[in-house]
Ligand binder design. Sequence first.
Ligand SMILES: NC(=O)c1ccc[n+]([C@@H]2O[C@H](COP(=O)([O-])OP(=O)(O)OC[C@H]3O[C@@H](n4cnc5c(N)ncnc54)[C@H](OP(=O)(O)O)[C@@H]3O)[C@@H](O)[C@H]2O)c1
Length: 299
Amino acid sequence: MRPVHRVFVTGATGFVGRAVVQALRGEGYVVRCLVRRGSEPDLRGVGAIERVEGDVLAPQLLDEGMAGCGAVIHLVGIIREHIATNTTFYRVHVQGTVNVVAAAAAAGVRRYVHMSALGAREGARSRYHQTKWAAEEAVRACALPWTIFRPSVIYGRGDGLVSPLVRLVRRLPVVPLVGSGRLQPVPVEQVAQAVARALGLPAAVKQTYEVGGPDVVTLGELVDLIGTALGRRRILKLHVPGAVARVATRTLQALPYFPLTPDQLLMLDEDNVCDPASLPAAFGLEPLPLATGLRRLLG
Ligand SMILES: NC(=O)c1ccc[n+]([C@@H]2O[C@H](COP(=O)([O-])OP(=O)(O)OC[C@H]3O[C@@H](n4cnc5c(N)ncnc54)[C@H](OP(=O)(O)O)[C@@H]3O)[C@@H](O)[C@H]2O)c1
């Protein structure tokens, strides 16, 4: 197979996307990013890249944007729906993936890498996981040489879980906690490295990789590790009862700064863990203990 030279990336302006762009450039690929109008500033500082304006819900722009690319990395995803703008999990995750896969096939790409999420499965409780699963099914049904990644929580600068928890630890005398599930946070740089390396790894074709770091923690344990990384001796925590959290979330979710949705609450009640050895073994990565990763991030 001809080696891939130019890679088309969706979701490049996001938290994971920016790291993936860096990793791809580090591996010597030319990177072309799909960028929605208004999101261009989010790519400041990522270095020399090609940009095409578009949206995964606008198939024609995808067809034009992918011309000349040998591979596609599809990272787009949302954690919160915006009903007023018809931004639903189904449209973004499932229809968006169907559009991207169709455009990739029409462009004759030789590799397709898909970002799903740990917990995506048939009959999942949350609509996030249900639609991530339906998107995976669309990928598995296509003729492209695909690879699927299913990460647990990904952490790093600007992430959606550790960074908000750090703010709570810094600002509040008592940190409220919800959910009883366990997580397996993995550093964004390692996820990005694996995604970039998958393009040149024939053994990764038609493989689904569950992705988690070496430590399994509850939210409370994660807060304690954050406290330690910040040099705090003891963090006071309050576990909000499930029923209270559900009522509060249903009532307040529409507020722009309220951090949780009912769907996220469902997910936080589930274990989100996997075999930590599979990713390092497949992609030659050294597992990074969570305490070390947090110290590097917050030190
Ligand atoms: N972060 C995690 O802990 C985690 C864990 C497991 C799986 N994942 C998956 O990893 C992927 C990336 O997550 P992330 O944390 O980087 O999310 P993020 O920071 O919210 O980034 C989402 C990206 O998707 C883009 N996007 C959203 N709707 C789009 C559309 N209709 N057309 C084109 N682009 C669109 C956003 O563009 P704009 O900048 O224009 O908004 C942004 O680039 C997602 O699929 C997510 O489900 C993340």
